[in-house]
Structure formats: C-alpha cells, structure tokens
Design a protein around this ligand. Structure first.
Ligand code: PEP
Ligand code: MG
Length: 316
C-alpha cells in the first residue's frame, strides 16, 4: 500500500488544499542529477559545489572547468530553479589551500563565506563561471552564500555577485543564529533565504555536528530550532521574499509539514526523500500544518514536538 501511495506521488509539491511547496533536490554534482530527475524534483535547492574543489589540494579549478560542471546541472532543469551554493570550505569540509590549519575551533573559524571573503579571487572566479554557465539558458538561477552571519556579510556577497555581472537572484543561507535573529536586515541585501538546518542546529545548541555524543542536540525537531526557522520565515513573508529549507530537516515528511506550517516556501532534500515528503504533504491541509507547527513549538523537547505535530497531522 505504501509502495502504491509513493508511485502515485508525482507532480509538484502541494498540500491537499493546494498550497504549493516546491520540492527541490540537494545535489553534490552532475552524478546526482538522474536520481533528482527521476524523483520528480522541481529543481535544485542546494547545489553543493565543493566536489569540484576536492581534486586539487593546491588551487581552485580553472574557470573553464567550473563553467562546464555548472552548465551540466543548469541544463538538467530547463525552466526550473537551480540554487547554487558557492564554495563552503572549512570546518567539516576543509580544503588544504584555503582552510587555516591552526584554528582551535574550525567550526567557529574561517569557513564558508568567511573563507571566500579572505580569498576574493576564488569567489570572483566561481561567480564568473556561474554567469557564463547560465548564459543563454532559460534556467532560473539563484546563487547563495553559506555561513552568512550578518547584514555586512550579506552585502559583501551581493556586491561580489553584482561585480561579477551575475544575472541571478542572490541569497543568504541561514546557518548561524545571528542570521535568523536579524533575518529582516539580511533581507535588505539579498533576495532570498535558505535555512541550512544542519549547521543552524550545530550553532544553536553549541553541539558539533561531527560528535556523536551530542547528537541529541542536533535533532532538527528541537523547539529552539523551530523558533529560529519561524523567525526567518516570518521575516521573508513580511518582505515578500522566499525562505527555503535545504538541511536534513526537510527530508523528514512530518517535519516537512511543520516547516510548511512555519511559513517555509520550499523544501530541498536528497532525491530519495522527495516521494515521501510529497506523499505526506498531499495528505494534509495548510491549516493543519500551521496547527502542527504551533503544537510543536509549544513543547519543550524534540520528542514531544514530534509527537504533538504527528497527532495534529494524523487528524486525531
Ligand atoms: C546545512 O548546514 O544544513 C547545509 C545544508 O549545508 P551543509 O550540510 O553542506 O553544511
Ligand atoms: Mg551548512
């Protein structure tokens, strides 16, 4: 029965009463495209570009090499949306030639956008390659920066995009609590937000995502994390902009409904999760999602939040 329900799950993501929630794929390179297309992804919500930088420990790939790789991904979704994340080096994704090796706390050091602002030539080359890759394609390109901490970061990234002649929407990932708390001011500089809930959980709970002993605090059902999602989504809604989720949280079908209820406008996940999320969303109304979100936020633990939301969504 479960199989039949999944097979019947095609088309765009939407609740039973027609509230649209685009379901996008997280991809790590062109090799992930067939699965994304097969799952019926409506686009790419997180293109992790790190894979391109792993082959050479001394330097960034040449602009032409980057153009070719980006074009493959952009071509896979003609008329669709592709959200590209610029290089996210450092911490759990160290790169020899960019990441300082002497930091006491790499997760709190120079990583993500911070790395790119210290190496503007790497950012410039990547943005130019993206601009060239998108040339002549009807794709709806969005480019976002990882680890944006404040408005100054968001402005520096948007300026770099403009200087590179990029014709795309520029966005900021919300992965640091400061960005969620001040989402409104970050949205003065960029056109969309995307919540990286893996890092947002890590920094909200001071719990290293690579340390199993603190995994309890990495649970995306934690009410404090839901509060930060709500703040970000509310800021986006107030300014008429979009706020997606591209962390692991989006791949849990029940949590996907809660995120929708919090006002999140798109969900991006590993392709394998898309049919499950699509099937679950199709069973509930937007009002149910909103009630489930409120019920989850009214609790004090991840387990209670999950139970409360599940109860509302199953109509009990
Ligand atoms: C995240 O932090 O939630 C995210 C999507 O990025 P990554 O897992 O690549 O850090
Ligand atoms: Mg991250």
């Amino acid at each position: 029965e479960r199989k039949a329900a999944l097979a019947a799950s095609t088309g765009p993501g939407q609740t039973s009463d027609g509230h649209m929630v685009p379901l996008l794929a997280n991809v790590g390179g062109p090799g992930d495209l067939p699965a994304a297309l097969e799952a019926g992804a409506e686009g790419v919500g997180l293109f992790r570009t790190e894979f391109l930088f792993l082959d050479d420990s001394k330097q960034a790939p040449a602009e032409d090499v980057q153009v070719e790789a980006y074009r493959k991904v952009l071509e896979a979704f003609p008329e669709g949306r592709v959200v590209v994340r610029v290089l996210d080096a450092g911490a759990d994704k160290p790169l020899d030639f960019l990441t300082p090796s002497d930091e006491p706390n790499p997760a709190l050091g120079v990583r993500g956008l911070r790395t790119l602002l210290e190496h503007p030539e790497v950012l410039r080359t990547q943005l130019r390659a993206l601009a060239r890759a998108a040339e002549g394609l009807p794709v709806y390109l969005e480019v976002m920066a990882p680890m944006v901490a404040d408005r100054q970061d968001a402005k520096a990234f948007a300026d770099a995009c403009r200087e590179a002649g990029l014709r795309a929407k520029f966005g900021a990932m919300v992965e640091i609590p400061s960005a969620a708390l001040r989402a409104r001011s970050i949205l003065e500089e960029v056109e969309f937000l995307s919540l990286g809930t893996n890092d947002l959980a890590q920094y909200t709970f001071a719990a290293d995502r690579q340390v199993g002993a603190v995994a309890r605090l990495q649970d995306p059902w934690q009410p404090a994390l839901l509060d930060l999602v709500a703040l970000s989504a509310e800021a986006a809604r107030a300014t008429g902009k979009s706020c997606g989720v591209c962390g692991e949280a989006a791949s849990d079908p029940v949590l996907a409904c809660v995120l929708t209820g919090l006002g999140v406008t798109s969900l991006s996940m590993g392709a394998a999760s898309i049919p499950y999320v699509r099937a679950q969303l199709a069973k509930v109304t937007l009002a149910q999602c909103e009630r489930a979100a409120a019920a989850a936020r009214a609790t004090d633990s991840a387990a209670e939040a999950r139970a409360a939301a599940s109860q509302v969504l199953s109509g009990e």
